[in-house]
Design a protein around this ligand. Structure first.
Ligand code: XBP
Ligand code: MG
Length: 260
């Protein structure tokens, strides 16, 4: 039975990479007098490196005017990352980053029906708190039984560590939960922890290989374009009942494999 939803943040709750992080990284470069600019296409490639600071360090390898020593690069990455997170917070407060369609109704529905929820992300905690306070209101933390972030782990996604921590915090077995992710690295992290994962494709990860996933679709706002297709219902969006039945189907498959 489905006992908990484990929510990724970036790309899943909101298009934070497109509307927030990329814009904020560029604002940080400008604020620190650097002539670097990450366009949509380059940022898409850089997203293969998870973690904002780690991404900065990886990008410095491609910049001719990056500092020469590893220690100087680390220091610059730290400074840029702090500045980026301040810029990101400002974008969030100005209302520039909305939740994706279907996310808020599903969070409220799960809460009303006693399905537990956790935030399972490797982004910085400050970014999560700012986004959720702005989009779900000051009582947002009451909706989640655990909030695991980048600062809580040694290794970021696709490492399963953050999922293993969430399962421990909720005292659940992996197959009692369902992860919601948008990217290959995120889906791999959940799967490596043994958690079935539902994939809602996002702007930067339209086609990452994510099998085996109980369901893959374009977003929670629509019942169109999902594989497997959800059964006909009155709702225009994906509901908790849909999640429960995809989860049950994945469970039945896993049980049959274990028996054979
Ligand atoms: C996505 C990430 C993050 C963000 C930037 O994490 O890779 O690093 O791009 O966040 P997830 P920080 O999908 O697990 O939420 O700058 O705070 O690292
Ligand atoms: Mg993500």
């Amino acid at each position: 039975m489905l006992a908990a939803l484990l929510w990724d943040v970036d790309g899943t709750l909101a298009e934070t990479e497109r509307d927030g992080h990329r814009v904020a990284f560029n604002q940080a470069f400008e604020a620190l007098g650097l002539r670097w600019h990450w366009d949509h296409e380059r940022y898409g490639r850089l997203l293969r490196v998870t973690g904002g600071r780690e991404r900065l360090l990886a990008a410095m390898a491609e910049e001719r005017d990056a500092p020469p020593t590893p220690a100087e690069r680390q220091a610059l990455a730290r400074k840029l990352h702090d500045t980026k997170n301040h810029c990101y917070a400002r974008l969030v407060y100005e209302g520039g980053i909305a939740l994706r369609g279907g996310v808020a109704p599903l969070i409220h529905e799960a809460r009303a029906q006693g399905v537990r929820q956790a935030i399972v992300t490797t982004t910085s905690r400050a970014n999560v708190e700012t986004l959720l306070a702005r989009q779900l209101g000051p009582a947002w933390a009451d909706m989640f039984d655990a909030v695991l972030c980048g600062e809580d782990v040694r290794a970021k996604k696709p490492d399963p560590e953050v999922y293993l921590l969430a399962l421990r915090a909720l005292r659940l077995q992996p197959r009692q939960a369902l992860a919601l992710e948008d990217s290959g690295p995120g889906a791999s992290a959940a799967q490596a922890a043994g958690v079935p994962v539902l994939v809602t494709r996002s702007v930067y990860f339209p086609a990452d290989p994510v099998e085996p996933a109980p369901a893959v679709g374009p977003g929670l706002h629509t019942r169109e374009g999902w594989s497997p297709a959800p059964p006909p219902r009155r709702s225009a969006r994906i509901t908790l009942q849909d999640l429960a039945s995809w989860h049950a189907h994945a469970e039945a498959g896993a049980a049959a494999t274990a028996r054979s």
